[in-house]
Every structure is written in C-alpha cells, then in structure tokens.
Design a protein around this ligand. Structure first.
Ligand SMILES: [Fe+2]
Ligand SMILES: [Fe+2]
Length: 140
C-alpha cells in the first residue's frame, strides 16, 4: 500500500473526508496495478476511475464553496483544474508508453503527493470555513 489514510488527513467535513478516502484507495489501485505489471488496459481502468471520481469530488467541493461564498474559491478551483489537466496528461502518457516502474514514481509524486498536500492545506482551510459558516446558518 503506497498511501494510508490517517487522522492527519481528516478535515472534519464528513462527506469530503469520505471522498478523500476513496481517492486514496483509487490512487493505491493505480500504483498497485502498475507495480504488479498488469497490462495497459488494467492500469488505464484504474486511472479512468480516478479521473471520474476526481471530477465528481472537485465539483462537490466547488459547489460547497459557492454555497458558502468561500473567499478563496477561484484559486481553489484553479488548483483543481490544474490537477485535472495533470491527470489527463499522465493518462495519455500511460496509454502511449504503458505502465512501468518509472510511471509509479510519476504517479506517486504528481498525483499522490499533490493530493495529500492539497488535502492538508487547501481542503483543510476550506472545510474549516464551510463548517463555521454552516454552523452560523444553522445548517449541517
Ligand atoms: Fe478534496
Ligand atoms: Fe480541493
């Protein structure tokens, strides 16, 4: 297992946290499939799942930010857009070159490390703001 969920990744906003758990599981599946020398199709399937799940997750986070007038919405959205572009580029590369140990390294850094940093920084700040706003407005 390349990445492990622990409380240092918990933003305290349950829906967001549950989606982050799924993202980390999807990330581990890509690394595992690449490492085990699974075929291109198998690795592509795991990447395809991550791509779809990421789009859904980012969209949910962005809706929350809009709903509560999050002041850093635009910059947060830009980070999301940049990451989606990175995942797209990586997918294209894997389709072209096939999975490899080098690819595991790239996926680990470009996807895994980015995701963990984003969760611990941007998502933590967003979750704290959204939770406080929701409490203020008497919502969950
Ligand atoms: Fe997130
Ligand atoms: Fe985010």
């Amino acid at each position: 297992m390349a990445y492990q969920w622990d409380s240092s990744l918990e933003t305290g906003y349950e829906k967001v946290d549950n989606q982050h758990k799924q993202l980390i599981a999807a990330l581990n599946n890509i690394i595992l499939a690449s490492r085990e020398g699974k075929g291109k199709d198998e690795v592509f399937k795991t990447l395809d799942f991550l791509t779809g799940y990421t789009i859904m997750h980012f969209s949910d986070e962005e809706k929350l930010q809009v709903k509560y007038d999050y002041p850093d919405y635009l910059i947060h959205k830009r980070y999301h857009d940049e990451f989606k572009a990175t995942v797209g580029e990586l997918t294209a590369r894997i389709v072209k070159e096939g999975p490899s140990e080098e690819m595991v390294g790239i996926v680990t850094t470009a996807i895994g490390d980015w995701l963990l940093n984003h969760i611990k920084g941007d998502d933590f700040r967003m979750a704290a703001y959204v939770k406080a706003k929701a409490a203020e407005q008497g919502q969950e």
